[in-house]
Write a protein that binds this ligand. Structure first.
Ligand SMILES: Nc1ncnc2c1ncn2[C@@H]1O[C@H](COP(=O)(O)OP(=O)(O)OP(=O)(O)O)[C@@H](O)[C@H]1O
Ligand SMILES: [Mg+2]
Length: 370
């Protein structure tokens, strides 16, 4: 998969830009605050329909302007495609896929596949479970559109159920009348999502172990297991009706605890990935270097799983990660970027050799002659 070209208007500090990319390594070079990450954010936005930096869409529109647009031409081994997104203050955004209007972003997510890697991802192991769930959600949504739809429904149901729980003290009658319905709906979506996640972790595990041992040079293979709040054995997530029943039981028999807590206590929004090295929690016991190598291995595994499921290597977007890594991990990561398209941002071009250089200055992009 390749990002061939991006055209931008009024996105962040970019008034207007038209940038073409090479098939291999592309390096965006510039001083701080010039618009390097903004360009990656725009590419990522076209791929996922959301920013990796903000959930406020209006933040993306250039200060003082009313609208912004991003148009990305991308291709795989079969065809060339386009995704165009237009955002307007106070209005719903408009999305076009190959010039056809689409109503929901979930209709295009998974067409243009990217793997984003930024310095914050290096703390994926020691961060809280929300970051690991987000890792799974972004990766799996790009592979299976049904997953994203299920996830969106799940979060809508969760919101309704949480509102109901919060109002239970004042209005117990409405709570009693409707909670079972919402609990059943939630359990149904939870089962679907948990199965995708458990399968994904199983699939990623082997790649994580390979990358990790290549980096660390020893055979202390890490293990990754999906850890559901339903407390099931990992294999049992394959059985949708069993998982649904388990979540339903939890969600329909402990209302007092949930009313006390003021929110839903079981479901895929509470799940995590257990990551261990030598049967010990990597979050609690691994060294900082091991944690960072593991995090890097997880992002590389995301690319490998994507390639094996879709038959196309995703575009890697590396935001300022090379300055965060030591020389050996830098060399390893660079070596792994062969035979694929990668778009890298850096303030320090000395850290990298070769590649198509694009100089970034005040929201303007200039390709350097090779
Ligand atoms: N909505 C917006 N309108 C105009 N400018 C914005 C908007 N949002 C952010 N900016 C500006 O964009 C500039 C560049 O941001 P960006 O994150 O791309 O920098 P960068 O080149 O990646 O820098 P660094 O090397 O420090 O990471 C910042 O100075 C920021 O103030
Ligand atoms: Mg940046």
């Amino acid at each position: 998969m390749e990002c061939n070209r991006i055209q931008i208007q009024n996105f962040r500090n970019i008034e207007s830009a038209d940038v073409g990319f090479d098939s291999g390594v592309n390096i965006l070079v510039g001083k701080n605050a010039q618009g390097k990450t903004n360009l990656l954010e725009a590419i990522g936005f076209a791929a996922l329909g959301k920013s990796f930096r903000t959930s406020h869409e209006e933040d993306l529109i250039r200060f003082g302007e009313e609208y912004a647009s991003i148009s990305v031409d991308f291709s795989d081994s079969v065809r060339r495609q386009n995704i165009t997104v237009r955002m307007m203050k106070g209005r719903r955004r408009q999305i076009e896929h190959n010039k056809n209007k689409v109503s929901k972003i979930s209709d295009v997510v998974g067409e243009f596949r990217t793997v984003l890697f930024c310095p914050e991802h290096l703390s994926l192991i020691k961060d809280g479970p929300a970051e690991r769930r987000n890792f799974l959600d972004v990766a799996i949504s790009q592979l299976y559109p049904v997953y994203l739809r299920s996830l969106q429904r799940y979060h809508q149901i969760l919101k309704q159920r949480n509102t109901l729980i919060k109002s239970a003290q004042e209005d117990r009658r409405s709570f009693d009348q409707t909670i079972e319905f919402w609990s059943e709906q939630l359990a149904k979506e939870a089962a679907v999502i948990a199965r995708y996640r458990a399968r994904y972790v199983l699939c990623a595990q082997e790649h994580v172990a390979d990358c990790f041992s290549e980096m660390m040079g020893r055979s202390e293979a890490p293990t990754l297991r999906y850890h559901g709040s339903s407390g099931q054995e990992i294999e049992s997530y394959e059985d949708l009706s069993f998982t649904e029943k388990t979540y339903r039981e939890l969600l329909t028999t402990r209302y007092d605890r949930e009313i006390g807590a003021g929110s839903t206590l079981w479901g895929i929004h509470k799940d995590d990935i257990d990551i261990e090295i030598n049967q010990k929690s990597a979050r609690l016991f691994a060294s900082q270097g091991q944690q960072r190598s593991l995090a890097l291995a997880m992002k590389l595994a995301e690319g490998e799983v994507c390639a094996s499921v879709c038959g196309e290597k995703p575009v890697f977007l590396l935001d300022d990660v090379f300055s965060e890594l030591d020389a050996s991990r830098r060399a390893y990561l660079f070596g792994r970027m062969e035979d694929r398209q990668v778009i890298i941002t850096t303030c320090d071009p000395e850290l990298l050799t070769g590649g198509h250089i694009i100089t970034v200055e005040n929201g303007a992009y200039r390709s350097e002659a090779k």
